[in-house]
Design a protein around this ligand. Structure first.
Ligand code: SAM
Length: 288
């Protein structure tokens, strides 16, 4: 059963303070850092950054259960999007809620599938969350980062999930990558992965189409459905620009749909997010 967290609606003052601070941080980043999201930048943020930390710290050894590991111990309060509303919630409760929300969301768009492949899975946070739902019999993650893959494999082994959750390497920009063949006929998703490849969005989508998956769910930040008159949307827009995340994916999918190369089945805004600014969009499509 899905966990219903205790939440408090965010007050106007709370929201305006948070939006102002968020926009100020993004503007500072734009002015002083001028991030260009190249392959090397992504490698240093993820492979030798976050995933190296995850692998070194081995946090899964201190949790009693997989759920403990995924939820963590952080009881401090934050603003987050829960069921489409910005609320105050503890970090711990947010991540407990997210486990059910993610499985329900992907399940709703995955037709009859009981297996999923995630492209850009990192160390598999999403896949391990999904593994708590018995619907998902086989979960396979691909990533370019060796440290993410290694951490994912160790976590799967620690929790006795070797047969059900597995990891391998892929470079989504490389049309010749042999692991694309595993996508054929499968249900594939991305979760804040293509955001990291702004320099090759078209190539990545071409490679996925060529691999002939049955269905694709892209959950990525986007600018397309944002209304700039809303503070939340404006905050997201500036944040996405300051991080140099991709902004072409959803226009590209609409264009491929208009050309008859793919069929877009759903377009939605995400109902949950851990911050005010990383507000994702979801597109579901099938190659024709
Ligand atoms: C923001 S992380 C998201 C990880 C995971 N989807 C999650 O939600 O926890 C983006 C991931 O995309 C991966 N990535 C970036 N470029 C890639 C590429 N060319 N091929 C495969 N994965 C890539 C990174 O290594 C990183 O693990």
């Amino acid at each position: 059963m899905r966990f219903s967290p205790e939440v408090k609606p965010a007050s106007r003052l709370d929201l305006s303070r948070a939006y102002t601070a968020d926009v100020a941080r993004s503007l500072r980043r734009l002015a002083f850092k001028n991030v260009r999201r190249t392959h090397d930048v992504v490698d240093s943020e993820y492979n030798s950054g976050e995933w190296d930390r995850v692998l070194t710290q081995r946090g899964w050894l201190s949790g009693r259960t997989l759920e403990d590991f995924l939820i963590g111990q952080n009881a401090s309060s934050r603003l987050a999007k829960v069921d489409g509303r910005i609320v105050r919630i503890t970090t711990r409760d947010y991540y407990q809620y997210r486990i059910g929300a993610l499985s329900e969301l992907i399940g709703r768009h995955a037709d009859e599938a009981t297996s999923l492949l995630e492209l850009g899975a990192g160390y598999g946070y999403n896949l391990f969350s999904l593994s708590l739902d018995q619907r998902w019999e086989r979960l396979r993650g691909f990533d370019i980062a060796p440290n993410g893959i290694e951490a994912g494999r160790q976590i799967a082994s620690h929790f006795g999930l070797d047969g059900r959750v597995s990891f391998d390497r892929i470079d989504l920009t490389d049309a010749g990558d042999p692991h694309f063949s595993e996508l054929a006929g499968g249900t594939v998703f991305t979760y804040f992965c293509i955001e990291q490849i702004p320099y090759a969005v078209e190539a990545v989508i071409e490679n996925i189409i060529r691999a002939k998956p049955a269905r694709v769910v892209n959950i990525e930040p986007g600018v397309d459905m944002l209304k700039l008159s809303r503070p939340r949307d404006l905050t997201s827009r500036i944040y996405i620009r300051s991080m140099d995340y991709q902004t072409r994916l959803f226009k590209l999918l609409d264009m491929l749909d208009a050309q008859g190369r793919i069929r877009v089945l759903a377009r939605e805004r995400m109902e949950f997010a851990p911050t005010l600014h990383n507000d994702g969009l979801l597109y579901v499509w099938e190659p024709r």
